[in-house]
Design a protein around this ligand. Sequence first.
Ligand code: BGC
Ligand code: NOJ
Length: 812
Amino acid sequence: MKYGFFDDAKKEYVITTPTTPYPWINYLGSQEFFSLISNTAGGYSFYKDAKLRRITRFRYNNVPLDLGGGRYYYLYDNGDFWSPGWAPARKELDRYECRHGMGYTKISGKRNDIETEVTFFVPLNYNGEVHKVVVKNTGDKKKEVKLFSFIEWCLWNAQDDQTNFQRNFNTGEVEIKGSVIYHKTEYKERRDHYAFFSVNAPIEGFDSDRESFIGTYNGFENPQVVAAGKSNNSVADGWSPIASHCLAISLEPGETKEFVFILGYVENPLEEKWESKNVINKKKAEDMIAKFSDGAAVDKALDELAAYWDGLLSKYTIVSKDDKLNRMVNIWNQYQCMVTFNLSRSASYFESGIGRGMGFRDSNQDLLGFLHQIPDRARERIIDLASTQLEDGGAYHQYQPLTKRGNDEIGGNFNDDPLWLILAVVAYIKETGDYTILDVKTPFDNDESKATPLSDHIKRSFDHVINNVGPHGLPLIGRADWNDCLNLNCFSMEPGESFQTTTSKDGRVAESVMIAGMFVYIGKEYAKLMEKIGNQAEADRANKEVSKMKDIIMEHGFDGEWFLRAYDDFGKKVGSNENEEGKIFIESQGLCIMGGCGIEDGKAIKTLDAVEERLGTKYGLVLNNPAFTKYYVEYGEISTYPAGYKENAGIFCHNNAWIMCAEAVVGRGDKAFDYYTRIAPAYTEEYSEIHRMEPYVYSQMVAGKDAGRFGEAKNSWLTGTASWNFVAISQFILGIIPEYDGLMVNPAIPASWDGYQVTRLFRGDILKITIKNPNHVSAGVSKMTVDGKEISGNIVPVFGDGMEHEVEVILG
Ligand code: BGC
Ligand code: NOJ
């Protein structure tokens, strides 16, 4: 069942009912001011940091769902009132529609012949959310209506705001000047910022005290002020400050009126701190408000935003016969990758924004999905990440985006982390041709005195693996590898300790076949890069280590029909046919084959067949099988999850992509694409009532076949799934692959396809690539012409002339 439809021409998903199976959200903002907005305008805003600069309040896990806070509007018409976005009044509407687009959301609703449309967005280079509200009388009688706005201020630190009431109920301060409601509560001694909510029209009244507006025992659905059709003009004094305007609007039949509301944030540099208590410098807010004094200015900013997104999305576009594929590749997958760049794992409807910082492995993998869109910002991100690396090549597992420092509480010792940095650097250079990044003096642990060139950082990443191997010569897993919940060194955990703080005291010899596979896959890339920059000795050394590891994998890491997952701290096999549960895991299968293990001797194919048979379901591949049904102290957290959820045999969409890549590596395009369609959101749209999450973005996890709610997704938006699935489809399947000396074309597609076209903006050139499949094969390029001339091999050279070039590729 569907709850809307894709409007591809407008790059929108159109939701046609407010009661979607779960709130379906969008993100506004792409620089410093960000908002989450649901299909009924729920959500919140923050400046740079969702915890420390929270602007509007949000109640988590609230009942009713999605009534935890938002930017709300109410219409009042002669004793009746409603919200044009359905929430929060939740009165029935004659028409409702929500259009989530690229960086904007447009919600419209109609009742009593009043049609209201609100467009929400954050303009480029602007620290505020702009709402264009259009109210139209569609009836044949004159209407005298009232429009009420509503937002609730958060007292800046989102965690403190939800917990420290003894203090915060005393600190709230506001100021009302004309049609602007200023929120100027201080956060401790900061006094260097404030927020405001304005409208570009005279107001009939206002409210800034929540209880005066809502009524002590009312809810957002029936505020007493709205029910009475009249503001109280309350001025908050402590408690919970809000901002609500009331506009009296008279509308002739057919008449339309337009208003611009702005929810803005102003940061004053320290020298401009408030002159004295309570006196804020309003100049910056007034300038922001003046910028959007009418609807025309708003429309212009919306056009600029659209052009910005068109630019970002133009780097890779496909024309194929499959609309779902087209909309995933051209619009939504790339959009989600940008959102993960902006938000990492901080703020979604599953991440509170007050939790963890940015992950080292997460951010390096996220880069793979957006660096073609914003290479300069990717470069900065790589240096930030590498600056938190430790001298031994290990890495802090997380860092704080505001301070850019590694997080001491969590520390390092997740032994896959260092390798992801190599992959990100390699991908960046292949995309841009910019080798100078390797020379950037980059500190360790943010200590400038210890800075060495980035090339040395990636060498240390590589060496971190070979310096930390276990009894079989396989890499030690450390606290955990990519799978955070496979905690193989945890068995001597003290009562009351959690896996976050514990390392094994006895053994610490657990080894990861997954990291071994990564080492082969990424180590080869490291060697190629070294060769490319003329460091042949290092390339030779790296190749030797890689081939040694490959042999070790085939000797100690292969179980007969598939790759093992690990050895636990007792030296016992994990992910083996010998095990009672967890006989096979997905991660090592994907990465070992991506590294080229088992290709020549048929073991890779055998493995992939076992993956399909044991892990395959109609909704995607489960992580492991059989699921763990009891707790194993030697496996840790993974075995504490109910069977079928999360890392315990859930469908983790992130590493489904590795199997797509592995299938492409062995040339089985049909299977690669089949797995793609099992989890790509556009293909899940048809069964949204089961899947429940947004059909336009990936979720981290879908409940597996052992779960009570098989097929139901969770944790949409902020997940490494976005980048890896983009890599799988754009590079491994569609086969458009950046290489050092040009763009390689090497598809692995369903044999039934006749072909497709990709336009790729690569190092300034515009490459129009037409792929033809006359013999209906899955892989293999038989002929390639560039601007009409046949070339040998399958790499389109870099022209560097910024011109359009026609590439024709014949498969067969
Ligand atoms: C989740 C993992 C996640 C980890 C992050 C665990 O509870 O299951 O998916 O990586 O938390 O801290
Ligand atoms: C989510 C975490 O952010 C990521 O780092 C981890 O690899 C996966 N969960 C799997 O555990």
